[in-house]
Write a protein that binds this ligand. Structure first.
Ligand code: ATP
Ligand code: MG
Ligand code: MG
Ligand code: MG
Length: 443
């Protein structure tokens, strides 16, 4: 992409309404624009990051054997009356009436809708296990929308629903999600710690939240410092292998890590040596639930078991805050000058800064680099504008691409361009060809 033809409305001033770094930086970098309270337009740069996160979520769900689909945003109130949640959900639910006086709602979550789909099409245990998911906009009329996309009213969520014959099967589905979520967040460059939590209006008593530690997080958390040393890393998991999934879950849940809803001082003090006790704040980026037959019972979602009996299916639901993750990532990756995207989610693979726009040799070198990177399947953002070098660097630092290639007449005389890491600020002089090769190796 050439910056001269892109839409990147960066702001010079720091917006007064933004209280935390990610909100400030998303506005300044031209990633989002507020449409109304807690509702945002995703401008091109923000949209790219959102799509990158979404792609990683899809890839990891596919790996775990979960099946993508798409359900609508508007749902019939009647379905929610069947489960009893139409009244129970409260004022966070946006209720709508159509011209025929039918009650609709903008879905805050999809247990009822998916259970309805399931009961209409599945009737035998032979069709299980089954996990269906979608990534779709949700609406919750949050009493205090704030921090930009972190607590929006309209937000983008991956929500998956598992159907199993029995509790053991459903707990395996729970564990598959646990493992796939760990992989998902790590691929984005994020450490999200699974913590024992409370289930809230979704229901059930087996649940974990995944939290990114950050001072600006809205959840209070208590944990053993040693949990921050555990990683999934490159290990490959056979998702159908119950014992293998359970082993990962056991490893990640052996040490104390709880949100304030489930925290108990006595247990904390008994289990965690004093020097490892940590109390901090976290951003909830995902949560998984096993709730048994809470929806399948009242809604009549049952299958015949091997003995021919009809039994309600055991269900779980599993969410990732896709749009919140954009904010969470920036909370984790920024400095004084702007965002410092990890390679996994960066909106462009690298930037190219032309220090002397209009100088024939410099323009040609930039064009050559641009073509060479594109030929390697990479997408650079080429600053081909007439701005001063200082302003170009400031914009690149603000939008946070992990790598910048700077091209100027002086360097080119020696056959060199400069490759700079956004994260460390370290630079290296090398030929344009080597710079392109280096970027290709990184991705
Ligand atoms: P919170 O405690 O932050 O209100 P929640 O527990 O109500 O979130 P879940 O029902 O568990 O949310 O939804 C799954 C995920 O969706 C959450 O883990 C979070 O990442 C995301 N999410 C929930 N509410 C919002 C919101 N208002 N804005 C952005 N993302 C949200
Ligand atoms: Mg909530
Ligand atoms: Mg919560
Ligand atoms: Mg939650």
């Amino acid at each position: 992409m050439r910056l001269s033809r892109y839409f990147l409305p960066v702001l010079k001033e720091t917006p007064a309404e933004a209280q935390i770094a990610s909100h400030r930086l998303m506005l300044r970098a031209g990633m989002i624009k507020q449409a109304s309270a807690g509702i945002y337009s995703w401008l091109p740069l923000g949209y790219k990051v959102l799509r990158n996160i979404e792609r990683i979520v899809h890839e990891e769900q596919a790996r775990a054997g979960h099946i993508a689909m798409l359900m609508p945003t508007l749902q019939s109130a009647d379905l929610w009356r069947e489960s009893g949640r139409y009244d129970a959900y409260g004022p966070e639910m946006l209720r709508i009436r159509d011209r025929h006086e039918r009650d609709l709602l903008f879905g805050p979550t999809n247990e009822e809708l998916i259970t309805d789909i399931f009961r209409g099409h599945v009737s035998s245990y032979r069709e299980l296990p089954l996990t269906l998911y979608h990534i779709q906009w949700k609406f919750r009329d949050e009493i205090r929308p704030r921090f930009g996309v972190m607590r929006g009213r309209e937000f983008y969520m991956k929500d998956g629903y598992s159907f199993d014959l029995d509790r053991e099967g459903a707990l395996h589905a729970y564990n598959r999600h646990f493992v796939s979520y760990l992989r998902t967040f790590e691929r984005m460059g994020l450490q999200a710690i699974p913590m024992q939590a409370e289930s809230g209006p979704i229901g059930g008593d087996t649940t974990h939240e995944f939290l990114v530690l950050a001072d600006t997080g809205e959840s209070e958390v208590f944990y053993d410092a040693a949990v921050t040393d555990i990683r999934m890393g490159a290990r490959d998991i056979a998702y159908d292998d119950r014992a293998a999934c359970q082993a990962v879950v056991d490893e990640f849940t052996a040490l104390y890590a709880r949100t304030d809803d489930t925290h108990e001082d006595a247990v904390f003090e008994a289990e965690v040596p004093e020097d490892r006790r940590r109390r901090g704040r976290g951003i909830e980026v995902g949560q998984i639930f096993y709730f048994g037959t809470k929806y399948s019972d009242p809604m009549g979602a049952s299958v015949t078991d091997p003995e021919g009996h009809r039994v309600p299916v055991h269900m779980g639901s599993h969410g990732i805050g896709v749009s919140r993750l954009v904010g969470a990532l920036i909370e984790a990756f920024h400095d004084e000058a702007g965002i410092t995207w990890p390679e996994g989610v960066t909106p462009f693979h690298c930037g190219i800064v032309n220090l002397r726009q209009g100088d024939a040799a410099t323009d040609a070198a930039c064009e050559g680099l641009y073509a060479a990177l594109a030929a390697k399947g990479l997408e650079p953002l080429y600053d081909d504008t007439e701005e001063r070098a200082g302003a170009k660097f400031a914009t690149m630092d603000l939008i946070g691409l992990p790598w910048r290639i700077t091209v100027g007449p002086r360097g080119l005389k020696a056959g060199k361009v400069e490759l700079t890491s956004r994260r460390t600020g370290e630079s290296e002089e090398l030929s344009p060809e080597s710079a392109a090769d280096r970027i290709a190796q990184i991705y």
